[in-house]
Design a protein around this ligand. Structure first.
Ligand code: HEC
Length: 148
């Protein structure tokens, strides 16, 4: 019966916080996953860690952070595809260039690459009409991770 497909499911999740039909529950989960803002909170953190990784010469950690920035943005675009056009040059050019610099373990090259990265972060913020998110290299460490 068609009516069965819209019947309420038993509540799911801890203490049954997810209620309603399966579709309604998925909508609540999608809302909780958040939008591009959380992608950017993660990107902002990783951008800072990348800076310290490069200045410490901790190249494996730097490579890890470049990969995670890529992954965070790609997942964010799945949730918010309207941002994809502005992100395209960043994913196609900026991150691969930076990854090559990190792989070559060249401290001077890294700093110029990081400057280029910063410019591209801000270019996308302009493109997406949020120019007030001006990013600059970090002044202080946030995490306990140190190079050797
Ligand atoms: C797709 C283009 C795009 C790229 C590339 C991009 N951003 Fe963003 N960023 C945005 C948008 C859009 C917002 C506003 C998010 C919202 O309103 O949901 C934002 C917001 C932010 C915020 C504020 C998040 C908050 O809610 O507090 C930070 C921090 C940030 N970006 C850092 C960066 C850094 C660092 C880079 C580069 C490594 C970067 N962004 C690259 C589009 C981009």
């Amino acid at each position: 019966m068609a009516a069965c497909s819209v019947k309420e499911d038993p509540p799911s999740g801890r203490d049954g916080w997810l209620k309603g039909t399966p579709h309604e529950k998925l909508d609540v989960v999608a809302k909780q996953l958040r939008g591009f803002d959380m992608t950017m909170v993660e990107t902002g953190y990783r951008y800072q860690e990348l800076y310290w990784a490069g200045t410490d010469g901790n190249w494996e950690y730097a490579e890890y952070q470049v990969e995670k920035i890529k992954q965070a943005i790609e997942y964010g675009l799945e949730r918010r595809p309207k941002r994809a056009a502005s992100a395209e040059p960043f994913l196609r050019e900026t991150l691969p260039q930076l990854e090559n610099l990190v792989k070559s373990k060249d401290s001077v090259g890294f700093l110029s690459g990081y400057e280029m990265l910063t410019k591209q972060c801000n270019a996308c913020h302009k493109e997406e009409e949020v120019p007030f998110f001006t990013v600059k290299p970090p002044l202080h460490r946030q995490s306990p991770i140190r190079g050797r």
